[in-house]
Every structure is written in structure tokens, then in C-alpha cells.
Design a protein around this ligand. Structure first.
Ligand SMILES: [Mg+2]
Length: 274
């Protein structure tokens, strides 16, 4: 049977508003039994994703900070993959591929934006308590969320009318922005480029593969465009994100992990009979 690979967002997708994946447990057991790799693809940092990999008992590669970094456990692919042409970061446990702009540059951009009159406040400007209050993360998780390398989440506290000007100012610096739960500034990296890179490595390992991507917000669009089966789940208010426009997308019948559970079980039963 052709190998399926699932790429998933965390916040609002596999995790609900309380950062719980309990509602998706049925599908998680199913894909574990079928040995289907589950690749986390999130705006969260390496340290945060490692917490969830432990909770999920997940040993697969992962994509951090909106595609800024790809982490492949050493020995995961039969021979360490040929990654010539990519920027690799020295690390004992993983092959780390850097696709994103360094954090120092993003922090400089935040300061410049403030000087230009935009009321922006990044995670780097906030204490652990502030991040915890803003996101509902525990103090430990908030600490992990501040250990950033490639992407800066930020609050915009000015008038929304200024937003197009803010985005223009970010673009002028050669940077980009995206939206998940919060606004983010980042470099040329995105979730799609990271998914394409890992898909090529899986293809080299397994031959033909089928890729599935699950998300909920605009920062997932590049990932959803890079997979064979794009799936979106509902927001807590019961609607799908109106900012996601794709040629075709599977709309899961449920909010966050509940939709995730239903869609994965359904697609597995379809693919299982192919
Ligand atoms: Mg999300």
C-alpha cells in the first residue's frame, strides 16, 4: 500500500483552545497502529513542539516556527539525507535545516517598526507572565514559546486601519508576515517549503507517498497547497477561516481536534480500501 504522511498544525487544529488533543485520540491511535508518520508543522518553537512530541509519544521529524526550521531525528531516514544546498545547523540529536531568517534580524525589524510609529509588541518584548496571560500557556510552556529562532509572533495594538501600512513596512524590510492565533513576522520561509522538503525525503525512503495536511488558519495555506489532501478544521465559533481560498480543500466536520479526528478516520478508511 502507498505510504501516507500526515502534516499537521497544532494550535486550533490538533489542539483545542485549552491546548488539548484529547478529542483526536481515536484517530491518533489509528495512525499509530498503521505506522503513518505524523509530522507536526507549527508556528510553535522547537522547545514547545518537543513538549507535545513527548505527550504524543511522537518520534517523527517536525517543522517549527512556521517553516523556519526542519528537525529530522538522526537516523530517521536510512542514510542521513543528502541536504547539500541547504543551511544546516549543528545539533547532536537532529539534522536541523534552517529555512528561515535569524531571530536577531526579526527583532531588529520589530524595533524599527516601533520607531516608524507602529504599535507592535513581540514575544521578545514580553515577559514570560505576559506571554502566558496572552496565550493561556502555562509558565513553562510560555518560557518554551519565547525560545525563538526564525519567527516572531507579535501583537498589533494600533488602529486596524493601519494594518496594510504595517504589512507594507514589513515587506519593505524584505520580510513577510502571516497569521495564526497571532500575527507573525518571518523571512522567506513558510510551512509549504518545509513540507515539500520533508515530502521529498519521505519519497526517497518509501517511493510513492500520499501527503495529507491539516490546518485552520492563513499560516497553513502554503502547507495545504503542498499536499495531496488539504484539510481544514473549524474555528471554535463553528466557522471555517474565510481567509483560506484554495482550489479544493476537505472541510472537516468539527472544531479543531474533533474535526481532525473525523477527517483523519474518514480519509484513512478511504485510503485503506484503495
Ligand atoms: Mg493554527
Amino acid at each position: 500500500m502507498i505510504k501516507s504522511i500526515i502534516f499537521t498544525d497544532l494550535d486550533g487544529t490538533l489542539l483545542d483552545e485549552n491546548y488539548s488533543f484529547r478529542m483526536a485520540e481515536g484517530a491518533l491511535v489509528l495512525i499509530e497502529n498503521r505506522r503513518i508518520p505524523l509530522v507536526i508543522c507549527s508556528s510553535k518553537t522547537r522547545a514547545e513542539i518537543e513538549l507535545y512530541r513527548r505527550r504524543l509519544n511522537n518520534k517523527h521529524p517536525f517543522i517549527a516556527e512556521n517553516g523556519g526550521g526542519v528537525f529530522v531525528p538522526r537516523g530517521y531516514f536510512p542514510v542521513d539525507a543528502d541536504l547539500s544546498g541547504f543551511t544546516l545547523i549543528a545539533d547532536a540529536g537532529y539534522q536541523v535545516i534552517r529555512l528561515g531568517t535569524g531571530y536577531a534580524e526579526l527583532r531588529r525589524a520589530m524595533q524599527e517598526l516601533r520607531h516608524e510609529g507602529f504599535e507592535v509588541k513581540g514575544f521578545g518584548d514580553m515577559s514570560v507572565e505576559e506571554v502566558s496571560q496572552l496565550t493561556g500557556l502555562s509558565p513553562d510552556e510560555a518560557t518554551a514559546s519565547k525560545e525563538r529562532d526564525f519567527d516572531e509572533p507579535f501583537l498589533f495594538q494600533g488602529n486596524r486601519v493601519q494594518l496594510p501600512f504595517l504589512y507594507q513596512a514589513i515587506r519593505k524590510k524584505g520580510l513577510r508576515f502571516t497569521e495564526g492565533r497571532l500575527l507573525h513576522v518571518l523571512g522567506e520561509s513558510d510551512k509549504g517549503k518545509a513540507v515539500a522538503l520533508l515530502s521529498a525525503l519521505y519519497q526517497a525512503k518509501y517511493g510513492e507517498i500520499i501527503t495529507i495536511g491539516i490546518g485552520d488558519s492563513p499560516n497553513d495555506i502554503p502547507m495545504l497547497k503542498s499536499v495531496d489532501y488539504p484539510i481544514i478544521v473549524k474555528h471554535p465559533d463553528g466557522t471555517f477561516d474565510s481567509r483560506i481560498h484554495l482550489g479544493w480543500v476537505i472541510k472537516a466536520d468539527g472544531v479543531g481536534p474533533e474535526g481532525w479526528n473525523k477527517a483523519v478516520i474518514e480519509i484513512m478508511s478511504c485510503l485503506g480500501t484503495v
